[in-house]
Ligand binder design. Sequence first.
Ligand code: S3P
Length: 427
Amino acid sequence: MKIEPASALVGAAAVPGVKGISQRAVLLAAVADGESRIRGFGRAADTVSAIDVVRACGVDVSEVGDDEIWVRGAGLRGLQAPAEPIDCGNAGTVMRLTCGLLAGQRGTFELVGDASLTMRPHERVAEPLRRMGAHITTTDGHAPLHIEGAELHPVSYELPVASAQVKSAILLAGLFAGDGPTTVVEPHPTRDHTERMLAELGVRLRRTPKTVSVWPVERLPSFELEVAGEISSAAPLIAAAVLLNGSELLLRGVNVNPLRAGLLDVLERMGGRIAVFNRRTVGGEPVADLEVRSTPLVATTVEADEVPRLVDELPLVALLGAFARGTTIVRGAGELRAKESDRIETVTDGLRAAGVRIESQPDGFTVRGTPARPRGGRIDAHEDHRIAMLGAITGLVSLEGVELQGAESVAISFPGFFELLDQLVQR
Ligand code: S3P
């Protein structure tokens, strides 16, 4: 796909519901008692993977509208073991959280994924679950994963890497674990969608800045949930509007959970002009409208403690850094190598191919900025949705445009991405 240069991004838009909340809601509704209703469901390949997984375990899901689904829960221990492997597609969140839910079920389950998900590390989930008594094996640290339901017991576990997916898997397993609290200790705070959702369902939790404990339950109630817009899907639009002179972009109903909104803090440090207003609470999560205008940027440094709050937006930080006065540094972000692609390499290769002065480091990247547009060129998404969106935005802000290889992978998280861009872009 050829992405032509643009002059500005102008207009108002809403983005699909938060991917991770949509996925968590499906998984929790599947083990609740009775029918749960989820509105604002962020329909995309990765969230449909959550539906596929619970259906494979015998749960009835009605797709009432494009963004509304009803899930008839099977009860806390009611998931059925299918004869075939359960396919998690490209969705790391689905595979990891499902491990936590299945560990306390009855029966034997096999989880598989696509080539990218199969490459990703899974011992990080299996190891803590085993300490809880789970019978789980990986295939040399990767998928396929085999899980045989077992009696679980509570543990206190210190995460070696900051990962909301691993934390969430342990917390979900904790719902089944004996009679005491299961505790997760985090090196740096990560997104707390699971904790917020469990709290909304009346589950007993205790939280300190670096720990969370969950108590086991007998049952989970069904629920109604509205999901607000995904900041990771808003982020490419925000980046384009900041970089394109004369942009005026209004994004309505974006989830601005402080553990997700690190990009807004980084942009503020860089001199970006983003107004956050109409703050409200939707489904137990902070939500706001955002108004974005273009501004000249100055370089910044993102360190390890901040990384989890914008981990999926770091590719865009590299592009923002390309326009900022000075050298932008991202470090302590080695986790980027364990995403849908090795994002340190795919970001560096892609932006360099477009004329950006960027160098990869073992744990991040360094970008030398200049206010002039990069030339453009050919960017390969490497079947990674976030790299596809980075490539598209790079095309808009380039001199000659970008030939984007693998543009279709945006459908993993944001199927309507290119249509929405078309509506907002001024040539
Ligand atoms: C996610 C957590 C992050 C993020 C991923 C979604 C989640 O992964 O990169 O896209 O929904 O919990 P890690 O927790 O492994 O860093």
